[in-house]
Design a protein around this ligand. Structure first.
Ligand code: MG
Length: 202
């Protein structure tokens, strides 16, 4: 296994970050949960929850893992709805592969942007150390309430926990598929499922 592959496998920053929340699990309850992004009520999100910006996790939220096109037609259509409601420039994809320093010359990021019409956040470190990059991507100056940024993802201990750390609004969705999960991800999902069930998170 190369160093690069190892980095994909173990996200040390992410693991340390999780430990911090071990004793305050109630604080990582997602604000909303849906089976898929397709089910999200966008007007409610905008008007009731005052969301102005939306950050999407990529793998298993929008696309199949390691693919650069939408997972299905319904997701594709839903993203068009998101663009109409929030404006294309107020949406972005945050991936721990595409747009990261592992993505040479941002080749993958560029391809995803072309295929989805969504900007991909360029970042040096992996989630959760990406706050400044999110703010910069949206061109937000000083007058932002973090609660006006919504993060949508399929991983409680990655996407939701990061959103909570920064005071974002958080939406957990089910993964599109778990059949391509590697061993680490399978184990992590077991932990997440346990927490969600036992802590009545959704
Ligand atoms: Mg994901």
């Amino acid at each position: 296994m190369t160093k690069h592959q190892l980095g994909q496998y173990f996200n040390i920053d992410g693991i340390l970050f999780n430990l911090k929340y071990l004793f305050s699990l109630n604080s990582i309850k997602p604000d909303l949960y849906f089976k898929s992004i397709v089910k999200i009520n966008l007007n409610e999100l905008k008007n009731q929850h005052s969301i102005k910006y939306v950050v999407f996790d990529k793998d298993n939220t929008l696309t199949l893992p390691h693919q650069n096109i939408f997972g299905n037609e319904k997701i594709k259509d839903k993203i068009e709805d998101f663009k109409n409601v929030f404006g294309q420039n107020n949406l972005a994809i945050l991936s721990n592969s595409a747009g990261s320093k592992d993505d040479l010359n941002f080749k993958e990021a560029k391809e995803i942007e072309l295929k989805t019409g969504l900007q991909v956040i360029k970042h040096k470190y992996k989630k959760p150390k990406v706050y400044n990059e999110i703010i910069d991507t949206f061109g937000i100056k000083n007058d932002i309430k973090n609660s006006e940024i919504c993060i949508i993802g399929d991983r409680l201990l990655i996407d939701i926990i990061m959103g909570k750390e920064y005071g974002f609004f958080t939406i957990l969705v089910d993964p599109i598929t778990t059949s391509k999960d590697n061993f680490m991800v399978r184990m992590m999902r077991k932990v997440e499922k346990f927490l969600i069930k036992n802590k009545k998170m959704i």
